[in-house]
Structure formats: structure tokens, C-alpha cells
Write a protein that binds this ligand. Sequence first.
Ligand SMILES: Cc1cc2nc3c(=O)[nH]c(=O)nc-3n(C[C@H](O)[C@H](O)[C@H](O)COP(=O)(O)O)c2cc1C
Length: 485
Amino acid sequence: MRVAGLDRSPAMLKRATRKGQYTGLAIGDVVRAPFADARFDLAISVLAACHVADINAFYGEAPRLVRPEGYVVLVDYHPFILVRGIPTHFKTEAGAQLAIENWVHFLEDHVAAARTAGLALLEMRERIVRPRLDTRQAGNERYRERARELRHGLAAPIDRIVVTRNRLPRSIDHVRPVYYVETKWIHAASGHGGDLHQDERVDSMNELKTQRPRFRGYAPEEDNPVLETLLAHRSVRAYKDAPVPEKAVDLILEAAIRAPTSSNLNSYAIVVIDDRDLLEKMYAVCGKQPFVAKCGVLLVFCSDISRHVHVCAKRGYPYRGDQINTLFVTHGDAILACQNAAVAAESMGFGTCMLGNVRNDPPAVSDLLALPRYVFASVGLAIGVADEDMGLKPRMPRRVMVSRNRYSSEHMEDGLAEYDETMRLTGCYLGRREPLNDVDPDFEDHFTDETYGWIEHTARRLGGKNQFERRNFGAFLDSKGFSRR
Ligand SMILES: Cc1cc2nc3c(=O)[nH]c(=O)nc-3n(C[C@H](O)[C@H](O)[C@H](O)COP(=O)(O)O)c2cc1C
């Protein structure tokens, strides 16, 4: 078998020579390959298309190189990873990290360009980097680290590199699981291609709903992107000036509404806020956290019993849900829908942050959103294109939070001490101490950066006067028709 290799850089060809796999190597551009027509049975492009500005030129050249029954195979970074600003990069001999210019071609661009070039699709795979797979491969230590993080819920994003191109983001996010896309093509004229024609295309969500087997039991070897999304959760409080596309909002809402709902009462409402003026106003009454005004969209999940009161009145029955349990039911419903929405949004690559601060000034929020009687804002969810990655926030050790068959506080002291230290080491309290607003003004804060951790922070927070700020919430609920008896 004869194998020819092509690259633009002599340094890469030198490395290829050392592999000893090639019968011939050529310097050249992949869009103008120095090879004769129909010379090959198979043309493989590996991590090259993402550096080519004109994807049409790329596909224009690839089929020229293979004989009529030959194949074109493409392995490239998945556009999702490139869109997140994660460039291809390498280390120089001096150890500096260099990034190479990338062009993001969506899968749609690939398909359109390949079809135009007369290719038909045989296979397409979106490869996911699995911790299990990664850790077996040499040189993938960073993924090993990632796997460890995922298992133990540890902090710190992995793999930060310095990006030299100013057109790329300053730093990369954590490495996302969807990584490569592989496609295999054949000349359409050969008649072998199972091309994805427009009219045969299956709506991807429907396909997911109807074709994926449900309740198939524990399958440890199987890909589980849902778990990956859940285990990678971190709140995002800085967003780029970019919208959340309507289609994405639509899917997020669909996922929110699929959440379980107590007794199937559907006792919540969602207000979608994408009006920039309104977002500014929400920012002003929801704790003045800048991300509220800057996010792509803010969903406000409201506890809502108005429909229940309505149907009782409609049928002439008394409404007897006026009790505190109803508050738990409806607020619980709203929170569950919000969490579903958050997971959906994060699964699509958006950043999210919940916003309990919608309860800071409930009458103001109620006025802004025109919430009627029997409806109040339980929680908000900011969604947008992330402009920060603070990494995973450590959680309390499991032994403190989880016990088996009966409640246990056996590990409270040692577990809290451990968590105190873990949180302190993240540095998140540096310059962000809770004020001692309730104590004698002469009181000396004897905590140092080495001793101020989660315990002191939380105790100050819960013992501080700011706790009074929501004291009027009960009276507000009364005014909205939610009983507290
Ligand atoms: C019900 C709820 C309300 C929240 N409200 C706010 C909020 O108003 N502002 C904020 O910055 N974060 C808010 N958060 C985010 C939490 O602060 C965050 O989840 C927590 O610190 C853990 O960090 P992580 O989400 O990054 O793991 C809220 C979270 C929940 C569950």
C-alpha cells in the first residue's frame, strides 16, 4: 500500500517522516494538493479543515483526489469546541503555548460544501472524549485530571492555555466533551452514498424522544451526556453580548415544562425576559447583580395558583388549597422547572445562573412583570453565552450530606472543618468577606485570610442584618393570596 502525506509546514513533514508510515510526503496546501486526479482510494483529512478559511475550496479539492469509488474521510474538531474559543494549540520547544488560527465551519457548512462538490455522506460521528477512554491513552493527563474532577466534584478548571491570537478569547474554557467530528464521504455519482436528503431528515429532538430506548437499566459503558452536563455545572455571572437563539430558548422552555409537577397541578408560570430595558429594570430590583442586565435572556419562574383558584370558581367549588403546603407545592414546581431549564441550557453550551434575588423586592418584580394575584416570582434563571468560567464550586463532603437509611450528623464537625478549608483554598472569600454588621463597631475581626472560610462566612451571612431584608416576604405573600396557615 502506498500512503502519501501532505502538510503546509516542513516541521510537520519532518515529524511525519519519523513515523515511517508514508511512502511519499509533499509540502502543499490542502485546497491545492500537488497530486494527480483520482490518484487515491482514500483521502483522509485530519484536523486540517478547521484551519481552512474557505470550506468550499476544501471540499472542491478532496473528491478530485480520489477515484470514482474512493472515499473521503474527515476528522476535525467539532465546531462546538471551536465556537467556545478553544483553539488548536501546541507547545513550542521553549514550552510556550501557541494557538493556530481556526475557522469555525458548522456541520451544515460541511454538508452543503461537500454536496456541492458532488459527495454523498456515508457516515457521520460526533465523537465525545470519555474520561474512561482518555485515561487509557498516553499524553491525555489533562483528561485524567478532568475525570478525577468529575468523580470528586473538585474545583479548578483544567487546561488553561495562553492564546496568542487576539481574535480568539483570552483564555479557554474547560475542555468540553464534544470534541471531534468524523465524516466519511463517497462520490455521489458512484451511487453508493446514503446522503441525508432534506426530505428524509429526521427532526433531531423527535428522534431523541422516539428512538432512544427508555428504561433500559444501568449501562455503565454507555455515553451519558446528561450526567456530564450535571457534573460540570457551575454558575456563570458574566455573559458575552450575544443573544440566545429563539430555537434554543424554545427547547429550554420545552425541557423546563417536562419537569415533574406535583399532582400534575402545573402550578407555575414562566416569564421570558429578553427586553433589554426590562432586564435593566430587573437588575435594579434584583440585588443589582450586573449579569442580570447582561444575560441573553432571563426566565422568571413564578409560583402560580391562579389557574387552580380559577377552575374551582368555574366549577362552583370552594378553593381549599389556601394553606402553607400549597406554597411548598407551587414553589417546588417552579424550582424544578427552573433546574430543568438550567440543565437544558447548559447542555447546549450556555452559561446559567439562578436568581433568588427576584425575591429581594417582590412588589417591584411583581409590578415589572405584571404578576396578578395568586402569582409571585420564585426564582429567575439568567442564560447566556458565558464570558467567565469560575470552575466547579466545591460541595460539602458527601459524608456530611448523605446518610443511609437514617439521618446522621456523625460527620458534621470534621466534614464542616474540611469544607471550610476547601472553600477557603479556592480564594473565593479574599476581599469578599461578609460584613460584621451586627456587632459592636469596636469589635476586631480576628479572622485572617488563613482562617476565614465557609463556616465564618456562612455564619456571618446568616447572622447578619441583611437577613431582615426579606422579612416582609410573608406579608407580601398574604397580599398575593398565598395562605401561610
Ligand atoms: C434557588 C437559587 C437561587 C440563587 N440565586 C442566586 C442569586 O440571586 N444570585 C447569584 O449570584 N447566584 C444565585 N444562585 C447561585 C448560587 O449562588 C450557586 O448555585 C452556588 O453558589 C453554588 O455555585 P455553583 O452553582 O457555581 O456550583 C442561586 C442558586 C439557587 C439554587
